[in-house]
Design a protein around this ligand. Structure first.
Ligand SMILES: Cc1ncc(COP(=O)(O)O)c(C=O)c1O
Length: 369
């Protein structure tokens, strides 16, 4: 048996004719860096997300970096963020010379806990950078309240959460700036690297457009040091094709997630939950098991893939050793990092695979008790 953890081939095969046509049109036009396909994608993604401005860039990491620059975060500033995320969330803070200040996470959503954010605020705090991990919204309404009380900026990291909603509103419409990633495995994936910065502010969008293109407000007029963070035309064209199917992909993810939850209910595992006011984008289906590594080996022995996102919280990574953290500083994040296991999950995965994986997990749990 072979049940892969993730696969893109079904999606790319079913869209091959449309993707080929889109790629060929860029080859014909020669608009390889930004250009009309990227412009059109920005408008279509903005309409899909209900957002005012979308700036397409070359990765989610670049979008986060631009957001930190746009909030004028500088050396000596502190930004409160989660230790339990992909490292790029913290890179954005480090790139502008500021200090990531971690706060522990909520044991249900695995996202920043507002009470812990409050306790981490100092006179140097400039902003909060929450993540909607695995496509599950963070408590963005609670975080907005704290930011307003303390006059702090917010950057939403929605790299994993295209289409997630809070109180009926899509993520990317709460904070002044939101970063999305279109890395190929994301809910909306490019055929290479890609990302977007989303904002409701005309002023921030204007400066972001310049920063992404060498600081140019007009051709060869550089008002500040800029970056080459432009999206490629080929990515814009491919993303336009995939965006048409994003709602369908997300519906399929939801059906798979509900099936897993139905099949795994009652086992001594922690299953992901959607809070009443939220709708998850179900980027991944992540369970928690006390003997996670043994479960992962058990699945691998049966030809079933799985993955750990993320085994080492950021405060314990070598890259952040200079912050001086110790094991035990963020106990919830550390415990969850020991227990999480992402199960096979992608929109085109057959529902029967959920049943096979769930049966294998049931066998493991029953046997190891
Ligand atoms: C939570 C999170 N933030 C940021 C990123 C960075 O995005 P990218 O890989 O497009 O640079 C990713 C994805 O890789 C991510 O999962």
């Amino acid at each position: 048996m072979n049940i892969p953890y993730f696969s893109l081939s079904e999606q790319n095969n079913s869209l091959r004719a449309e993707l080929n046509a889109a790629i060929n049109s860029v080859l014909d036009s020669g608009a390889f860096c930004l250009g009309p396909e990227v412009d059109a994608f920005e408008k279509e993604f903005a309409a899909w997300n209900g957002s005012r401005h979308v700036l397409a860039v070359n990765s989610g990491t670049s979008a986060l970096h631009l957001a930190a620059l746009l909030l004028n975060i500088k050396p000596g500033d502190e930004v409160i963020t989660t230790p339990f995320t992909f490292a790029a969330t913290s890179w954005a803070i480090s790139y502008v010379g500021a200090k990531p200040v971690y706060a522990d996470i909520d044991p249900v959503t695995y996202n920043l806990d507002p009470a812990k954010i409050k306790a981490a605020i100092t006179p140097k705090t400039k902003a909060i950078l929450p993540v909607h991990l695995y496509g599950h919204p963070c408590d963005i309404e609670g975080i907005l309240k704290i930011a307003a009380e303390h006059d702090l900026g917010i950057i939403e990291d929605a790299a994993q959460a295209h289409g997630a909603t809070v109180s009926g509103k899509k993520v990317g419409n709460f904070a002044p700036l939101t970063a999305f990633s279109f890395y190929p495995t994301k809910n909306l994936g490019a055929v290479g690297e890609g990302g977007a910065l989303v904002t409701g502010s005309d002023d921030l969008a204007r400066r972001a457009r310049a920063l992404r293109n060498h600081g140019c407000y007009e051709r060869y007029r550089h008002d500040e040091v800029g970056y080459n963070y432009r999206m490629e035309g080929l990515q814009g064209a491919a993303l336009r094709v995939k965006l048409k199917y994003l709602d369908e992909f997300n519906r399929k993810r939801r059906a798979l997630a509900f099936r897993y939850t139905e099949k795994l209910q009652g086992l001594p595992l922690t299953l992901p939950v959607e809070l009443p006011n939220n709708r998850a984008a179900w980027h991944l289906y992540v369970i928690r098991a006390a003997d996670r590594d043994a479960l992962s080996r058990h699945l691998a022995d049966r030809g079933i893939g799985s993955a750990v996102h993320y085994p080492i919280p950021l405060h314990l990574q070598k890259a952040y050793a200079h912050l001086g953290h110790q094991p035990g500083d963020f106990p919830v994040a550390e415990q969850i990092a020991r227990e999480v296991l992402a199960l096979p999950f992608y929109p085109e995965m057959p529902l029967e695979h959920v049943d096979i994986v769930s049966a294998a997990i049931r066998k493991f749990v029953t046997f190891s008790r």
